[in-house]
Ligand binder design. Sequence first.
Ligand SMILES: Nc1ncnc2c1ncn2[C@@H]1O[C@H](COP(=O)(O)OP(=O)(O)OP(=O)(O)O)[C@@H](O)[C@H]1O
Ligand SMILES: [Mg+2]
Length: 215
Amino acid sequence: MIETINLTFSYNREPILKDLNIKIMKGITLFRGPNGSGKTTLAKIISGLLPPKRGKVYIDQVDIYNDGEKARRKLLEVVYVHDNPVILKGSVYKNLIYGMRIRGIDNKEKLHTLIEYFGLHSLVDRKSYELSAGEKQIVSLIRALSVDPRYLILDEPLQYLDDERRAKVIKYLVKLKKKGITIVIATHEQELTKYADTIYIIKYGNVDLKKARGT
Ligand SMILES: Nc1ncnc2c1ncn2[C@@H]1O[C@H](COP(=O)(O)OP(=O)(O)OP(=O)(O)O)[C@@H](O)[C@H]1O
Ligand SMILES: [Mg+2]
């Protein structure tokens, strides 16, 4: 479970998030809300990438910004995927194995299953800079999925994808949800709301709970 306690964040002036207390359980949670309301900011904070100004973030009772080595180990279970895919120079394959490399794990069989499932085999040996926006997005998603995260935080994961790949990503996320993975998606996609267990509407400093689990 991810829990924020009185989480407050500002970049420089007014707080963007104020005294936020939310709990994120297993299954699919969406962050929705207008442009600039703080969805990406909150997603990065709960992923361990952006420390809050005040308040705490716990993942499974570990304070991810203050618990030292315990926090570092807990954050290995968390993967954040940026809205604008982060792509390294070199081959597509180098990009795909990068997630496993930095975690020191070898999930090559899983990686090949993902490459097959998302129909990426013809691109594996290409140079990463040659890829289209949607191809980059799917590469960054496969890289994240290959490390078997327990917490998968996705920022606009469908934005560049065609209909067929969108459907495949959604199907895969639903499968992960059934396995007990915690998935958080910051998104404007109306389509995703029907798969969500919980939807938080981020509204300039406040958060409304729209759809609670089981309702
Ligand atoms: N690095 C930064 N420095 C200063 N202000 C920032 C920075 N990043 C974001 N902001 C501001 O913080 C607010 C929240 O931004 P954020 O990216 O979290 O919004 P969002 O809800 O994800 O928006 P969108 O729907 O457009 O993706 C915005 O007003 C934005 O201008
Ligand atoms: Mg955003």
